[in-house]
Design a protein around this ligand. Structure first.
Ligand code: HEM
Length: 252
């Protein structure tokens, strides 16, 4: 019995002495991180760049660190994305700028829709690679708490998801027209039960859609003509009967 107690005591003592402090930090704020996630400094992360003699092959995105050794051909020395190893280069995932200036974790210049795309990358790493923990600095404090910068990115993500959902709903409500151009007759736009990638049980009529706050105009198919007449963002094509499903246009 005494020997069991002694072994248990020694195990606890060894664990306390030898498990690095960074492995035993616990986070309560993000359930996706699991009960215990490792906190790394930027310098520690840089030791995992996959170069000979390095400690491994990690990369970070939005402050979350992943073990990408399985993707050695991409991230290891000689790989196309080796520059991303051992660091958090979140911005470059969107800009494609792999210069020293571009390899930064400052994503404050990204638009809400770009932030959505960045989170798609994060989801990719969460799905395909092992999570290691978090890097201290831009997105997580030295106690593993989200920084102001992370809260701002999360707010931008929510805004981007709202814009994306709205534009997806608009794509279904107002699918893009079919269009063609010929030297003899110029441009033509028309509606059918499949246009703009939307298959439906109505054809609709072509209308110009003006997006508020933008100078862009696009041709969309509108199901309900009378509602379209009321909508200030929709306009008929000149010299095209309002019920016609095909209109000749000078330019699209
Ligand atoms: C913003 C620009 C880009 C970024 C940030 C980017 C990033 C990446 C990353 C991180 C991977 C590795 C994914 C993994 O872990 O499996 C990857 C794979 C790949 N990328 Fe890119 N990429 C960019 C543009 C491009 C372009 C323009 C091309 C083609 C001309 C390209 C071709 C590829 C291919 C073919 C793979 C897959 C290779 C394989 O699975 O064997 N990428 N990309």
């Amino acid at each position: 019995m005494l020997s069991y107690v002694l072994v248990a005591f020694l195990s606890v003592l060894l664990a306390v002495l030898f498990i690095p402090r960074e492995w035993s930090v616990t986070f309560g704020n993000k359930s996706s991180q699991g009960p215990s996630a490792r906190l790394l400094s930027k310098r520690e992360l840089s030791l995992y760049d996959g170069e000979e003699g390095s400690k491994g092959l990690y990369l970070a995105i939005l402050g979350q660190v992943f073990d990408v050794s399985r993707g050695h051909k991409h991230y290891g020395p000689g790989g196309a994305y080796h520059v991303m190893a051992g660091k958090d280069a979140s911005l470059a995932f969107i800009t494609g700028d792999f210069t020293e200036m571009g390899l930064t974790d400052d994503v404050s210049s990204l638009s809400p829709l770009q932030v959505v795309a960045l989170y798609d990358w994060l989801a990719f790493y969460q799905r395909d690679y092992r999570t290691v923990g978090m890097v201290i600095g831009q997105f997580y404090s030295d106690t593993g708490q989200p920084t102001q910068a992370l809260l701002q990115v999360e707010a931008s993500l929510a805004e981007g998801q709202r814009i994306k959902a709205q534009s997806e709903a608009e794509m279904v409500r107002f699918p893009a027209c079919n269009s063609e151009w010929s030297a003899a007759r110029g441009g033509r736009v028309w509606c059918s039960t499949k246009s703009g990638g939307v298959v439906r049980d109505w054809k609709g009529v072509p209308r110009k859609l003006f997006s508020p706050g933008s100078s862009s105009v696009r041709c969309v198919c509108v199901e309900d003509q009378s509602a379209a007449d009321e909508d200030p963002n929709l306009q008929k094509y000149d010299r095209c009967p309002s019920h016609s499903d095909s209109c000749y246009v000078g330019e699209y």
